[in-house]
Design a protein around this ligand. Structure first.
Ligand code: NAD
Ligand code: UD1
Length: 343
């Protein structure tokens, strides 16, 4: 039976990708119930979602590692499926604090899946990452490529993917989509919700946006001697609204006999750092000064998806181009130069 409506538990639904997905789920007629410990989002995001959708967000403030709380949630609500975003995501931090990453990302996932199993809720969409392909993969990469993680964050995603594969092999009632995101960027076109990194951003787009708005003096381009057309790293940037739509399509694809299936969510097209900088300067009308710096440890030269399988199986494809990603990102940045209000 197709899941076209119903109650969904959205862990980490206050975060960057979760908040955009909640908006799209509400618009599509689902009832998303958010479980978030607010470690990387602020309550204002839920008011903004309501401003966009006209519907309040049902928030349960709590931790996905809390099995007593999960027991209460699954006993109280008729949950049809879970989208599991909650977790930690900074690669560098994961190298410094591996146990914290395994606790949140692996133990948190395990606690959640056990609660789902106890309550017979066996439909799941899991936030994985293209990082599971490892730096040696040939591009464009498809879902059959060998997997390899090169840092604790990536390993935590790989461990959960493997755990879910074992679960689906043991019990064919489980219907699981592993969504391997490429590089999510952009924001809702209203400019009301977007990515709000704490401190200095690690990722390219938020960094460039803060340079353009004047919060940071200039970008460091990590390496211009890669074997790419202009020497800078190439990535598959994907609009967060396209990514959100991919979650709806994945949910709808969960039917009997689905098993545990990985899907790439990328556009299939790569852009270099300098192309992104040029697009941002053009859309914002602001200069984006930069310096060439040494390569960042652990970076691959090129990463982009082969999205054929997702197109065929989910009927999904990304439709927003780089100009739209940058325009929406810039609108969010301009309207919220310091991110969400914290009071
Ligand atoms: P985010 O940090 O913006 O959102 C994560 C949300 O989960 C936050 O609201 C945070 O408060 C919450 N959270 C964290 N730990 C929790 C816990 N133990 N219990 C309850 N809530 C908890 O991150 P995002 O960018 O929206 O990413 C969402 C998911 O997608 C993550 O699993 C991330 O690893 C994965 N992912 C993200 C990217 C990316 O570039 N943003 C790329 C690939 C995969
Ligand atoms: C990073 C993570 C990856 C994660 C992904 C999610 C690392 C090593 N990898 O990937 O695990 O899944 O985010 O979005 O952190 N760049 C600069 N200057 C900057 C920032 C980035 O030149 O200040 C370059 C990078 O070298 C890279 C490109 O911009 O070529 C994109 O970088 P980033 O946004 O950090 O994403 P990834 O490295 O692809």
């Amino acid at each position: 039976m197709k899941l076209n409506s119903g109650t969904l538990l959205i862990t980490g639904g206050g975060g960057y990708i979760g908040s955009h997905t909640v908006v799209q789920l509400q618009a599509a007629g689902y009832r998303p119930l958010v479980l978030d410990n607010l470690s990387n989002c602020v309550p204002a995001v839920f008011e903004r979602i309501e401003q966009i959708s006209g519907q309040p967000v049902e928030l349960i403030e709590g931790d996905v590692r809390d099995s007593v709380l999960l027991e209460r949630i699954f006993s109280r609500y008729p949950i049809d499926a879970v989208i599991h975003f909650a977790g930690l995501k900074a690669v560098g931090e994961s190298v410094q604090q591996p146990l914290r990453y395994y606790r949140h990302n692996v133990q948190g996932s395990l606690t959640l899946f056990e609660a789902m199993q106890r309550h017979g809720c066996k439909r799941l969409v899991f936030s994985s990452s293209a990082t599971v392909y490892g730096p040696a993969a040939t591009m464009p990469v498809n879902e059959q490529a060998p997997l390899a993680a090169c840092n604790p964050y990536g390993r935590s995603k790989l461990m959960v993917e493997e755990m879910l594969g074992d679960l689906a092999a043991a019990d064919s009632d489980w219907q699981i989509a592993l969504l391997r995101y490429f590089n999510p960027v952009g924001a809702h076109p209203s400019g009301l919700i977007g990515e709000d990194p704490v401190g200095v951003p690690n990722n390219l787009l938020p960094y460039v946006a803060q340079v353009a708005i004047g919060r940071l003096p200039q970008l460091q381009v990590f390496g211009d001697d890669y074997p790419t057309p202009d020497g800078t790293g190439v990535r598959d940037y994907i609009h967060v609204m396209d990514l959100a739509d991919g979650h709806l399509k994945a949910l709808q694809a969960l039917t009997d006999g689905h098993g545990c299936v990985p899907y790439n969510l990328g556009t299939g097209r790569g852009y270099s750092v300098l192309e992104v900088v040029a697009a941002f300067a053009a859309e914002s009308g602001r200069p984006v000064p930069y310096d060439i710096a040494p390569r960042r440890a652990g970076d691959a030269a090129i990463s982009y998806a082969d999205p054929t399988f997702s197109r065929q199986q989910l009927g999904w494809r990304a439709s927003r181009d780089l100009a739209e990603m940058v325009r929406d990102h810039w609108r969010w940045q301009q309207r919220n130069p310091n991110g969400y209000p914290t009071e």
